[in-house]
Write a new protein. Sequence first.
Length: 389
Amino acid sequence: MFKKLAVTLAATMLIALPALAQQTLKIGFVAIFSGPTSNAGNDMRDAFELALDHKNRQLGGLKTEVIYADDQMRPDVGKQVTDKLIESDKVNFLAGYNFSNVLLASLKSAIDAKTFLIGTNAGLSYPAGEHCTPWYFSVSADNIQRPTAMGLLLNKRGIKKLFIVAPNFTGGKETTEGLKSAYKGEIVGEEYTRWPSQLDFSAEITKIRAAKPDAVWIFMPGNYGIQFFTQYAQSGLQGKIPIFGNYTYDALSLPQLGESAIGGSTTEIWVQDLDNPTNKRFVADFRKKYGRTPSFYAATSYDGAMLIDSAVRAVNGDLSNKDGMRKAMEKADFEFTKGHPKFGNNHFLIQNIYVAEAVKTADGSMGLRTVETIVPNSQDIHHDKCPMK
């Protein structure tokens, strides 16, 4: 009887293993694919596709299907497409999300459905502290980390009077909070622009002229930053009052800003010249496939795909083993484009923050060059409020 039972169990396992191997891993990727910041979403999608190419279109050894959804930079639309991906498309993972207000509107749906959400850009602070959750991992950074480092840089550069311009939404406010937490000089002006409708910054630039700051700090992603720079140059302030920026100097904006951006400084979690094998391959293959240099939006999305790959691979493709996948992601046992950062208890990365400068590269194009590591092993300030250990 025991021999017969063993044969039956063995036959059952032989039937189950091929079925498991034939599973399809489904990922819902939500980002902005239309409007003034669509280039960021497109960069994220292109990098995710490159990661799939590098894994032979099989993350974790499973055939992988990615469903891309445009959130239109609207929280209500972001939640709608997230709900559809979970309820109708039955995705195993969610990924992407450009803006904090869209992520905030969508996060509860993922948590309620016990679907892992891998945030590859938005740095929403909400899930970093007391509202941390086992179902969310950020491969980007908390909104305040980059600008906190920027505050330190401004102090180091001797900027005594600063004018701030940022959009009036969750990400803009949290980013500004980070800057203020570290900057020791005087803030002589602080303007919050209408988001996302405002593309004319002449009133803010007039106020900058009147305030006579030592420098201006802006948080202006995508075409908003390009438009601000264009009007700033037209006003005659370009070259007189320097602009420091977060989410403004990047591989997407620099080709359009041109040589007027040379010398502009940002603080960033990733720069294209970081010296590690994964990053070198990523940058070279991205340029080869798409004919342009990737941005940090692309780098973190590539890392997000590799995080999912590590999770599924660790459980041998058993997508029902969510505890096993979570533990594998917490270990982050692979090389990111930015090296070997580790997750804190709140599932946000502990990672270096670099000073990067806009330069003209050897081939004549505009790019960023790493100047220094201004904050080694930066960890968000909210992690100690997270009850996860």
